[in-house]
Design a protein around this ligand. Structure first.
Ligand SMILES: [Fe+2]
Length: 345
């Protein structure tokens, strides 16, 4: 690894993400380096394009699971080319859909919305929904989390313009009750129970409450915080009630390169959404990286003048890629998040 270690690369150990005790040392070698590894607790990277979800060719399929955990946090991906021919209600997890590409119409128990590239769409537990690509292909990454997800920026104002940019679903009176509809109830382990109901459950009448639990927000509308001149940790904009999932905007921002990091409590998942600039070795749109908790990582510099978009998920879950995700991914070095040099091309 071509990193100057004469002055020592600071190594930061943190508890509770960036909110607990910390320790900083310098090491006399480049800490993220490893020569070889065997076992499952390893950093991996994948370009979403290489992971073909079953729902791409089979309209009857559900999204394909990318990573699972013992506490019910899961990552999935979808690439529908046709509308869902059923309605689904996740009865054990909130879902956050990130639209990597395409345009997607969501119809739900509380209203409808159209999501574009870069939008997060939040669908809480037990809200039924279905979605459809509106302009050909689409690709999304889905986070499932057992406890409630909500927008939790660090201050009341400034990071997110709630009135302008957080857009709630609205009732579409055009959806007719129609005839018999399949309603799938899905649990956290992926078990599916299929009901046949006499009418479309998403045909709604009036909105009677002021709050709407389904909303969308574009990544580019979330302001990045930085501590001049050094950068400092990224700032969370969304979290789960029980703290098992935290989301950060990791798009380019000013500041220096972060220290090497040991994250004691959280796995780190980054989605490099798109450039024009590179995030280290992440140059292909839709590059997904995973660094498990306790694995030392440095990570690329975030100060990239030409800019890029990315987000970071920190989760207390210990994620494991599914066999098909392992097949579509590769071992990653944790300096600049490229392919590990032990992999023979
Ligand atoms: Fe980190």
């Amino acid at each position: 690894m071509s990193v100057d270690t004469t002055a020592g690369v600071p190594q930061l150990w943190t508890r509770e993400g960036f909110n607990g005790p910390v320790s900083v040392v310098t090491r006399r070698s480049y800490a993220p380096d490893f020569l070889a590894v065997e076992g499952g607790h390893v950093p991996r990277r994948s370009v979403l394009e290489s992971l073909v979800p079953r729902d791409q060719a089979d309209a009857a399929a559900l999204p394909t699971v990318v990573a699972t955990s013992k506490i019910g946090v899961r990552l999935l991906t979808s690439a529908r080319s046709a509308p869902m021919p059923f309605t689904v209600r996740n009865v054990e997890a909130d879902e956050l859909h990130f639209i990597q590409s395409g345009q997607v119409r969501f119809d739900t128990d509380v209203g409808s919305l159209v999501a574009d590239e870069g939008d997060f769409v939040c669908i809480p537990r037990s809200v039924a929904y279905r979605y459809a690509p509106t302009k050909g292909a689409m690709r999304s990454v889905i986070l499932e989390c057992p406890s409630a997800l909500s927008l939790t920026p660090p201050g009341p104002l400034g990071m997110i313009n709630f009135g302008r940019d957080v857009q709630p679903a609205k009732i579409d009176a055009e959806i007719a009750p129609g005839g018999p509809t399949k309603l799938l109830l899905k649990t956290a382990d992926g078990e599916v129970t299929t009901y046949l109901v006499p009418h479309d459950p998403l045909a709604l009448g009036l909105q009677l409450s002021s709050s709407v639990p389904v909303w969308k927000l574009n990544l580019q509308k979330i302001q990045s915080l930085t501590y001049e001149p050094h950068g400092g940790p990224p700032s969370m904009f969304l979290s789960s009630r029980d703290g098992e999932a935290l989301l950060f905007n990791l798009s380019s921002r000013s500041g220096g390169r972060a220290p090497a990091h040991v994250n004691a409590d959280f796995d780190e998942v980054i989605l490099y959404v798109r450039g024009p600039g590179a995030y280290g070795a992440c140059t292909e749109p839709g590059t997904l990286t995973l660094v498990p908790k306790g694995v030392i990582h440095h990570g690329p510099i975030e100060s990239v003048p030409e800019g890029y978009q990315a987000w970071l998920l920190e989760t207390r879950a210990t994620l494991r890629f599914t066999p098909e995700a392992i097949e579509a991914s590769e071992l990653m070095e944790t300096g600049s998040y490229g392919r590990h040099p032990s992999i023979v091309a």
